[in-house]
Design a protein. Structure first.
Length: 182
């Protein structure tokens, strides 16, 4: 998704990559509040993770929001589907957000703690806040990001844990490939 969502679009359902989003998800996307609802933001990333799983890929999703809660872009891990080792959930969301003048006030939301590759992207472009669905399955670079002063909020979502752990149980070789393990 390369553009923000208006209140009119949200009230009539939102089209994202040809899929109509309605109800709570649509409402969460168009919510513009001073303190964005992290759980609602995570639902957008979770929807992306489910989309990736339905495509036969690894269920990791991400979304980028303005600090007021407006969705800028979202994506999911497409390593398996595209045969592209660089297409992680965060990089897909980053690409779909399009060119931004600055990323410092944007929020990266991801269903899983970002790996070192995606942590580098977060650091390189100056994101100051990262919402993580869970870090039990994989710690990635969250402690490094915190050491740099980046606000990392781990929601410890049981839904995120269940979705990915079930995938890892069924596909250990693909998972190990994704995280760079032999």
């Amino acid at each position: 998704m390369k553009r923000g969502v208006t209140a009119t679009e949200a009230s009539h359902g939102i089209m994202q990559e040809g899929v109509a989003l309605t109800g709570r998800l649509a409402t969460s996307i168009m919510t513009f509040m001073p303190n964005p609802d992290h759980a609602a933001m995570l639902q957008v990333a979770l929807e992306e993770a489910r989309r990736g799983l339905a495509e036969g890929g690894i269920p990791i999703g991400a979304a980028i929001f303005e600090s007021a809660g407006k969705l800028i872009g979202s994506g999911h891990n497409r390593r398996v589907q595209n045969g592209d080792p660089s297409m992680h959930g965060e990089t897909d969301a980053f690409r779909n957000a399009g060119r931004q003048r600055s990323y410092r006030k944007l929020i990266m939301v991801t269903t899983l703690a970002p790996c070192w590759y995606c942590s580098g992207l977060i650091r390189q472009f100056g994101f100051q806040k990262v919402i993580v669905g869970e870090s039990r399955t994989f710690q990635g670079g969250i402690e490094w990001l915190r050491s740099l002063g980046i606000n990392v909020v781990d929601l410890d979502s049981s839904e995120c844990v269940s979705l990915l752990s079930e995938y890892v149980r069924k596909n250990p070789a693909v998972w190990n490939e994704d995280i760079g393990e032999e």
